[in-house]
Design a binder for this molecule. Structure first.
Ligand code: ATP
Ligand code: MG
Length: 148
């Protein structure tokens, strides 16, 4: 069973969309195993998006990601990394399909409301970045037996 990291970015919180987006994951049958609100420091944002450090839009990402809290979620399920990326939709909301989270709730790439890990290797590093030991739970959900 895989686990992935999702961040509901500051615009999700500002726009009151937390519940609707969490519902998408619950409706899909995925299992939320960790969840917390946190205000990100410049340091953690720089680490998380280090591959974008030399891009002209990087200062904008930093300002955006630290402007209000995020909700960090650890989500488990069969093929969860790919499944959550599909639910999330393309990076640029203008290209994200209707029905995806970015397709339905976001308009521009600089406020694309959600982050999701893109591979098993990335997910392992990112879960450790946002959750301390013991903050990710392990439990059996009755629906595990129904949806896999
Ligand atoms: P995320 O990592 O947030 O899930 P992603 O994997 O779809 O998004 P990445 O290429 O990892 O896309 O980009 C990380 C984030 O950097 C994007 O979500 C977006 O907020 C920002 N970003 C990427 N490209 C641009 C751009 N051209 N202009 C502004 N912001 C951008
Ligand atoms: Mg990414």
């Amino acid at each position: 069973m895989e686990t992935t990291l999702v961040l509901l970015k500051p615009d999700t919180i500002q726009r009151g969309l937390i519940g609707q987006i969490v519902s998408r994951f619950e409706n899909k049958g995925l299992k939320i195993v960790g969840m917390k609100m946190m205000l990100l420091s410049d340091e953690i944002v720089s680490e998380h998006y280090d591959f974008l450090a030399d891009k002209p839009f990087f200062p904008g990402i930093k300002a955006y990601m630290t402007s209000a809290p995020v909700v960090a979620m650890a989500i488990s399920g069969s093929n969860v990394i790919k499944t959550v990326r599909n639910l999330t939709g393309a990076t640029n909301p203008a290209e994200a399909l209707p029905g995806s989270i970015r397709g339905d709730f976001a308009l521009t790439i600089d406020a694309n409301i959600i982050h999701a890990s893109d591979s098993a290797e990335t997910a392992a590093v990112e879960l450790k970045r946002f959750f301390k030991d013991g903050e990710i739970t392990s439990y059996e959900k009755i629906s595990d037996k129904i949806v896999g």
